[in-house]
Write a new protein. Structure first.
Length: 178
């Protein structure tokens, strides 16, 4: 069995910060257009409220998303992800009149170990639109509306975000291209 066929068991812990990656079937670009990402963003916001999630960082891309969040009740992790993936699939299929089409593949979760681990994942999420050539650099990232980078820019500052990148360099956490 190759590592691509193996999916480790999910860990459900209370009061835990998770890094989540979820990708589409065959890495198909179901969310290439802004209106498609708008659907995913709408569903993500509903899920955050429904499951009382403390969202720290997020990015929505053409064929996957990443989230960094704290969950109070670990047993809701699976429900949270199923809500996002199920509802976004339903709404996207409805908008495109493609009833029953499967969109999402497996998701991967990781419990954040410490402060350094947190900030490296925080930076990885914010760098993802650059990594996948949706924007060219951090200046363009400021205008990418499907990422929490803009939110942090308005809450803190460009200098603060630059210091995060400086002190906690980006690590590619993926075994394969997203």
């Amino acid at each position: 069995m190759s590592y691509k066929e193996f999916h480790p068991p999910h860990i459900y812990k209370n009061e835990t910060i998770y890094f989540i990656s979820s990708r589409t079937i065959n890495k198909d670009r179901f969310f290439e257009k802004n209106f498609e990402k708008d659907i995913l963003w709408l569903v993500l916001r509903k899920a955050i409220n429904k499951f009382k999630i403390g969202l720290f960082a997020w990015v929505l891309l053409d064929n996957h998303y990443h989230l960094l969040f704290k969950i109070q009740d670990g047993k809701n992790l699976l429900r949270f992800i199923h809500f996002i993936n199920g509802k976004s699939s339903f709404l996207l299929n409805q908008a495109e009149m493609r009833r029953g089409r499967k969109i999402w593949c497996q998701y991967w979760d990781k419990c954040i170990r410490d402060e350094v681990d947190f900030w490296k994942h925080f930076n990885y999420i914010h760098h993802n639109p650059i990594k996948h050539s949706l924007v060219k650099n951090k200046n363009e990232l400021e205008n990418y509306k499907f990422c929490s980078y803009r939110n942090w820019l308005s809450k803190k500052s460009k200098e603060w975000l630059d210091s995060c990148f400086k002190f906690y360099p980006i690590i590619d956490f993926t075994l394969d291209d997203d």
